[in-house]
Design a protein around this ligand. Sequence first.
Ligand code: GDP
Ligand code: ZN
Length: 452
Amino acid sequence: MNTQETIIALSTPPGSGAIGVIRLSGPDAIRLTNEVFVGKDLEKQASHTLHFGLIKDGEQLIDEVVAGLFVAPKSYTKENVVEISCHGSNYIIQQIINLLIGKGARAAKPGEFTLRAFLNGAFDLSQAEAVADLIASNSKASHDVALQQMRGGFANELKGLREQLIHFASMIELELDFAEEDVEFANRDQLRNLVTKINYVLQRLISSFELGNVIKNGVPIVIAGKPNVGKSTLLNALLNEERAIVSDIAGTTRDTIEDELNIGGVVFRFIDTAGIRDTADIIEALGVERTLEKMKLAKLIIYMADASQTVPELDEQIRGLAKLEIPYLILLNKADLLSSEQRESFTALGVVFIAAKDKVGIDELKVTLLEQVNLHHINTNETLVTNIRHVEALKQTETALQRVLQNVDNPVTSDFLAMDIKQALHYLGEITGTVTTDDLLENIFTKFCIGK
Ligand code: GDP
Ligand code: ZN
């Protein structure tokens, strides 16, 4: 990666807008801009200042712009950065970018600004990934969590622990150097305490992924029930649009349909399942494979029935459902068709009555959903892991440290001890980017858009 090159890209979304911001980063960012900028001499201006001027290609005026200067190392990338705010026409933007490429800048690759920031030590890898999450966040909760990670919450937590482990690793290395003399530089009690403490933190971080993932990707809710009870109608009512196909013919919904809905700042992902076949044994019925797979991922199953089932039948279905050990909510739909006797007989099963077609009970259902998933007291000051790559690395760190705990009292295994500690350090380092490979970096940064 050649950071001597100056890169350029549009940093606002493509298409026309009131303004477009073109960003340059690299040693020549200010000098190159100065070559096409008519106004003050930008190379003589202070950092963090804005300058009005013209962009000209020879005698040809392209646009009136404002150039923002950020002198290295006080910028996002820690390099010289210029942000040119121009009028947001595609034509102008392309003209300016081409002009500067002609002067020696290079078109930036996806995520290259953030990659440079990482390479120049502006933040660690987990923070860089949080930038991507922040851009993609679509709810208050996912925004909060990404912001917290970007500001280093996650990284800080690991940094101190990693430093203490490094200390022990070097002590044990020292012991190996003095192997004949049978000395012990690394106090085994302290090591055991530290590893126990680290594992405790690791476990907390690993288990935070369940919540972190839900916040980032949405709470998965499966809508299940026999054909024709009104699952698609409910989905439409929740989403307020004709997303799923509603019909009178049993088994119309052949595939699962997913859609997202933001309720009270939490994103829910609703999954309408393929119609479950008519069989008394719900467990067997749930064996419709794809449905079962989806169900296992669900945070909550909304099981829907209507009055075409008798009370004993529904009772049996609920029993089957309970065996899945996933929280569930039983909705009795088509309440508009129920006689008061029917209503009363179903009440004993603890069902919630709705009439999806007329949107009766939908708002109450939304409130219930929020309560059920119990996310309304998210503490975003606490570190949440939202990234599958991080969880994997944390789990591998933990495995290595478990081996350290097993060997810590065994005097003949100092080399194993050293090896396992190094392993643990390696995996911890992968999270923050102290240990990286080009593949890993490419994998992460190509997920960004160009200009970020
Ligand atoms: P699914 O197979 O479970 O997805 O069922 P659908 O959503 O396709 O609905 C099946 C039929 O039930 C359709 O004709 C809907 O209009 C009807 N339906 C859905 N909700 C209600 C309701 O609250 N009351 C009444 N009377 N009919 C409903
Ligand atoms: Zn359906």
